[in-house]
Design a protein around this ligand. Structure first.
Ligand code: ADP
Ligand code: MG
Length: 206
């Protein structure tokens, strides 16, 4: 892994493509166990991220990630906007000073991002939230010196799918208690798109 500004731009662009293509799907997942706005929230947020980042010039990955964070914080409502916004802000701060982001720097970025999500949302591992994707990705990065695209894709997909059989303990889905079992967590699916997109960028560079 060796991410420069152009790779992170591709990462955001691919994430946006997946979110726009699956907007209705994300909404239907959130209709089942939430209020049905996750697709709309994420599609609006990432469209704004594209508008902002395509109109700007970046010298560092940190500056780019900071703009992603600020855009998501200001443009996305619901629980997911502040949570993703915080995640990207922490990631931006973690990679400050790195002209290219290698795996150790990215691992620190994911660790700080996850801690930001945990602090802001007060949920924990196993509550059926996006944390259940971010946490296994952090473990993968920590436990393997050189993670490749396929490993990242597989881990993110498996983590996302694992949220189906879990009962929600945080977020709107928690109101449904046992009835939340059998449904994927919408925020874990959008987090899967994020890491799957990064895997695609890595694959192009392998
Ligand atoms: P809202 O729940 O406000 O309608 P969204 O529908 O956009 O916001 O996002 C819902 C997703 O946000 C959930 O599927 C879950 O993954 C994530 N989420 C909700 N609450 C929390 C929390 N406290 N901590 C971490 N993630 C959360
Ligand atoms: Mg919702």
């Amino acid at each position: 892994m060796n991410l420069h500004v152009q790779h992170v731009l591709q990462w955001m662009s691919k994430t946006n493509d997946k979110i726009q293509a699956n907007k209705e799907y994300l909404t239907s997942l959130d209709q089942a166990i939430g209020d049905g706005d996750h697709g709309i929230n994420m599609a609006r947020g990432f469209q704004e991220v594209m508008t902002k980042t395509e109109a700007s010039q970046y010298d560092t990955v940190s500056d780019l990630l900071k703009d992603v964070a600020m855009t998501l914080l200001s443009k996305v409502g619901g629980a997911s906007g502040p949570l993703y916004g915080t995640a990207f802000l922490k990631m931006s701060m973690a990679v400050k000073g790195h002209t290219s982001v290698d795996q150790p720097a990215f691992t620190k970025g994911v660790e700080d991002a996850l801690n930001g999500i945990l602090q802001r949302g007060k949920a924990t591992v196993g509550d059926k939230t996006m944390i259940d994707v971010w946490n296994p990705i952090l473990s993968l990065l920590k436990e393997n010196e050189s993670v490749n695209a396929e490993q990242l894709e597989d881990a993110a997909k498996h983590a996302m799918e694992s949220t189906k059989d879990v009962m929600a303990k945080k977020g709107r889905a928690a109101y449904l208690k046992e009835r939340s079992i059998g449904h994927l967590d919408p925020g874990s699916v959008s987090s899967y798109y994020l890491f799957s997109s990064l895997a695609e960028v890595m694959k192009e560079g392998e």
